[in-house]
Design a binder for this molecule. Structure first.
Ligand SMILES: O=C(O)C1=C[C@@H](OP(=O)(O)O)[C@@H](O)[C@H](O)C1
Ligand SMILES: C=C(OP(=O)(O)O)C(=O)O
Length: 441
């Protein structure tokens, strides 16, 4: 039984919510869960990752680390990891499911082994996402690499010594993060040169933060184009606490600002490297009433909102949620510099335009931007395609709560990739859902 108690595969019917009211604790951060679990496995000895996420991506990381030889035990809400240090088991086939960051981080570390295979049971999602930039960097460092045109399935064989290497950061920051986990364990370390226009700076800083939390030395230029990681280091086992998750909470906040009522969301620390923290400022700029008291945000919903023009790259995983608010706001919103959204679980620019148009909204796109003109009176009464993408499902749910008639979202169980309790949390606030059998995989 999954943590949400819902069927294995389901569509969701989202009923209009007259108001949202109540208190929630933000779920554990996706990005810190994946990082802390990996760093714990790269340490020798026992680490405790306190309050890990229960999502599919967290499960994928735990499963792969276990397959590589780490001891993995879930104790209450914590993960106790006995690490394999610099010696993950060779000759293993890993399946990271649909988890992009997990897949990329593990592919970097695979250069420590004399051979690791990567497969996915999500050929239409992770299987279509590009891995070439990372594979090229590993290959230039001397690893033997095979792939299907830079995509899954992939095989990587080391060992390698390290040194100076360029890696493109134009399509994803995850390639550079992957090398940052590998670098300290190589004899010669890594001098990373990030090429192209660097995207997603925030997750790179979260990786640096994680290395520091595990006693690993690394230094970076201010613009992150040069990252220097001395070799021959060890990750130091210890105890780390996973902070609250801003990307998933952005969806709760967007739902709360667009309905009448009052919602308190705790466990969201103010000083945090998650870029999606900016969702709070963006919603305020749109006219939302959100007040912070320490780690608690209080939203008084139902205020009229207006559109904004923003560079979305700094809060990439909150763009879908904020598009939910923008779709219900007066005027037009544009997210600029969001090309990388095309390379996520679905094409979050074109697929979003299609779904919003199906709901009667006026939307346009360029190669690297998305523009939506909002409406305070959404008709609903349609079936929308969740595109197997948790963040698309969050966006459509936000709209369903405000539409005049219910919206059905296909294959809504994919919410579990990052936020298994999303519907349950909204139910606690008064929302109403039905969970009929899924009409697609
Ligand atoms: O490093 C990470 O944990 C992540 C980096 C981001 O990806 P990109 O760097 O591809 O934008 C983000 O979208 C993803 O959900 C998690
Ligand atoms: C894009 C995402 O995840 P990943 O790249 O880790 O699959 C996300 O969480 O929205």
């Amino acid at each position: 039984m999954s943590v949400d108690g819902l069927p294995e595969k389901f569509d969701v019917i989202v009923h209009p919510a007259p108001e949202l009211r109540g208190e929630l604790r933000a779920q554990p951060s996706k990005n810190y869960t994946t990082r802390y679990l990996l760093a714990a496995a790269l340490a020798v000895g026992e680490s405790r990752v306190v309050g890990v996420a229960t999502s599919e991506d967290a499960g994928a990381m735990l499963r792969c680390l276990g397959d590589w030889g780490a001891g993995v035990e879930l104790v209450g809400g914590d993960a106790v990891i006995r690490g394999f240090g610099a010696s993950p088991r060779a000759g293993v086939t890993l399946n990271p499911g649909n988890a992009g960051a997990v897949a990329r981080f593990l592919m970097g570390v695979a250069a420590l082994t004399t051979g690791t295979e990567f497969v996915t049971d999500y050929p239409d999602s992770l299987g279509k996402r590009p891995q070439g930039d990372l594979l090229e960097a590993l290959s230039r460092l001397g690893a033997r690499v095979q792939s299907r045109d830079g995509m899954f399935p992939v095989s990587i064989s080391g060992p390698i010594r390290g040194g100076v290497v360029e890696v493109s950061a134009e399509r994803s920051s995850q390639y550079a993060s992957a090398l940052m986990f590998l670098g300290p364990l190589l004899p010669d370390g890594l001098e990373l040169r990030l090429t192209g226009e660097i995207k997603s700076h925030a997750p790179l800083r979260q990786t640096l933060d994680t290395l520091a939390a595990f006693g690993v030395r690394a230094s970076a230029s201010e613009d992150l184009s040069r990252i220097s990681i001395p070799g021959g280091q060890a990750f130091r086992a210890g105890r780390v606490l996973v902070p609250g998750d801003y990307p998933g909470s952005a969806a709760i906040l967007a739902a709360a600002v667009t309905r009448p009522g009052e919602v308190r969301l705790s466990n969201l620390r103010e000083q945090d490297l998650q870029g999606e923290r900016e969702a709070v400022a963006v919603l305020r700029e749109m006219g939302a009433d959100i007040v912070r008291d320490g780690d608690v945000l209080t939203v008084r919903g139902g205020r009229p909102l207006h559109g904004v023009v923003r560079d979305g790259d700094g809060f990439t995983d909150a763009v879908q949620a904020l598009t939910g608010a923008a779709s219900l706001a007066g005027g037009t919103t544009t997210w600029e510099n969001v090309y990388t959204l095309r390379l996520k679980e679905c094409d979050r620019i074109s697929d979003t335009r299609r779904e919003l148009e199906r709901l009667g909204l006026s939307v346009s796109e360029t190669q690297d931007s998305l523009t939506v003109t909002g409406t305070p009176s959404l008709a609903g009464g349609v079936t929308a395609d969740g595109h197997g993408d948790h963040r698309m499902i969050m966006l459509l749910t936000i709209l369903g709560l405000s539409a005049a008639a219910p919206i059905r979202i296909t294959a809504a169980h994919h919410i579990r990739k990052s936020y298994p309790l999303f519907f349950r949390h909204l139910e606690e606030l008064g929302a109403r859902f039905e969970y009929p059998e899924a009409t697609r995989a």
